[in-house]
Design a protein around this ligand. Structure first.
Ligand SMILES: Cc1cc2nc3c(=O)[nH]c(=O)nc-3n(C[C@H](O)[C@H](O)[C@H](O)COP(=O)(O)OP(=O)(O)OC[C@H]3O[C@@H](n4cnc5c(N)ncnc54)[C@H](O)[C@@H]3O)c2cc1C
Length: 382
């Protein structure tokens, strides 16, 4: 039996905790403490599984682009399945959205040069169910991808374990106490000690910080609902991109032969095992039927998940300013899958006292945009 002392405890084994464990395990002794019987039960298992380099703020986009080499050309043996497959993403608008969409396109193509401006004819050729007035113009991102979230998450967990990391499920953290030289963590599955704790508890990150007596960062979990519905009869939807409207008031995309639809809601709630609201589904049905000729008769499966943000919508990565050895890995918002490889690598570098990896720094990933003590984490910040 391995009696070496653990050097890093990771609280939460969703995508954030798993990717951090994957990058850290070759360098130090890691244990992941997961409350649920299965990691991936919360946000990680409930996403829309899209990779888009044009989504999110500039910091998020830089971390997403930094994750691209991993997703497009994963390490040998990481997964038996491709991690990403082509989908494309199409932002559409009416005539009144023209100027705003044009400005978005100008800004996006500076970073992602193959982003295209699409006319109404091009849009309707690709997605014929859109009503012409809702599809006056659009911005198309050809390299947006579907992600295999399960394969990615399992790949990180498997790789971490192969490098010696431990995964303890049923280990909901109940107490976190500073002890000489580290942190004593009491869980439903036993007592653990390590010099460094990584707080990767998703929507619960501020609650975990409070257990440790660490100042919260102002994380707000936001409910997002999604559901699947039959594809329209006689219509091959397989080549449709993800379609999102200029106001981000709905999106839909093909998903294993059916349509995945969301009202793109962001409803603030407390951390919880969030469930879908009937009203969210009804709103999405109404918006999609208004924008298209689709008739959504039946909801096959519906779910909701939490996208957790701080005020400036960038993630929080780095050691807490007020507690030695307490590391934040929080606020992944709606981007925690597409950014996971780079976030894991960045976490491993910072935990080991190294700078931002060069490949990320050249893309514009800066510690001051991510740290727990930046002013932008709180809505009240000026
Ligand atoms: C509807 C929806 C669509 C989305 N679409 C996309 C998308 O297309 N692309 C994308 O990149 N992202 C998307 N996201 C966002 C993405 O799912 C999240 O950013 C990501 O899963 C966050 O991972 P996480 O590990 O931080 O959180 P989680 O997966 O929630 O993991 C946190 C883990 O911490 C554990 N935990 C909490 N408290 C404790 C405790 N006290 N003790 C022990 N363990 C604890 C939980 O059980 C949980 O397993 C979407 C999210 C939703 C809800």
């Amino acid at each position: 039996m391995d009696m070496q002392p653990t050097e890093v405890l990771i609280i939460g084994a969703g995508m954030a905790g798993a990717s951090a464990a994957y990058s850290l395990a070759p360098h130090c002794r890691v244990a992941m403490l997961e409350r649920e019987a299965q990691p991936g039960y919360h946000a990680t298992g409930r996403s829309a599984a899209m990779y888009s380099e044009t989504y999110g703020n500039a910091t998020v986009r830089a971390i997403t682009t930094a994750s691209k080499p991993f997703y497009f050309d994963p390490p040998e043996g990481f997964s038996a399945y491709p991690l990403v497959t082509p989908r494309g993403s199409l932002l559409v608008g009416s005539a009144s959205d023209h100027d705003a969409l044009r400005a978005v396109w100008e800004e996006l193509r500076a970073r992602v040069p193959n982003v295209q401006w699409w006319t109404q004819a091009e849009i309707l050729q690709r997605v014929p169910v859109l009503r012409p007035e809702m599809a006056h113009c659009g911005v198309f991102e050809p390299d947006a991808m579907d992600m295999d979230v399960h394969a990615i998450h399992q790949g990180f967990l498997r790789g971490a374990k192969a490098a010696g990391a431990q995964l303890v499920c049923g280990a909901g953290v109940q107490q976190v106490q500073r002890e000489a030289g580290g942190w004593r963590v009491e869980t439903a599955g036993g007592s653990f000690f390590a010099p460094i704790v990584i707080n990767a508890a998703g929507a619960w990150c501020d609650e975990v910080a409070q257990l440790a007596g660490v100042a919260p960062v102002g994380l707000v979990p936001k409910r997002r609902t999604a559901f699947t519905s039959e594809a329209p009869a006689g219509c091959d939807i397989s080549a449709w991109p993800l379609v999102i409207d200029a106001q981000e008031s709905f999106y839909f995309k093909p998903d294993a032969g059916v349509l995945l639809i969301s009202p793109a809601n962001e409803d603030p709630v407390s951390p919880q095992d969030v469930q879908p609201e009937e009203l969210d589904v009804a709103i999405a049905v109404d918006r999609v039927e208004t924008a298209t000729t689709l008739h959504i008769r039946q909801v096959r499966r519906k779910w909701a998940g939490l996208r957790s943000f701080v005020a400036d919508k960038s993630p929080v990565v780095g050691f807490a300013p007020d507690a030695p050895g307490f590391f934040w890995l929080a606020g992944q918002g709606g981007y925690g899958i597409q950014t996971a490889p780079a976030m894991g690598e960045l976490t491993a570098a910072l935990v080991r006292g190294l700078p931002v990896p060069q490949a990320m720094a050249v893309l514009g990933v800066r510690l001051e945009d991510l740290s727990a003590h930046r002013s932008g984490t709180r809505a009240t910040a000026v």
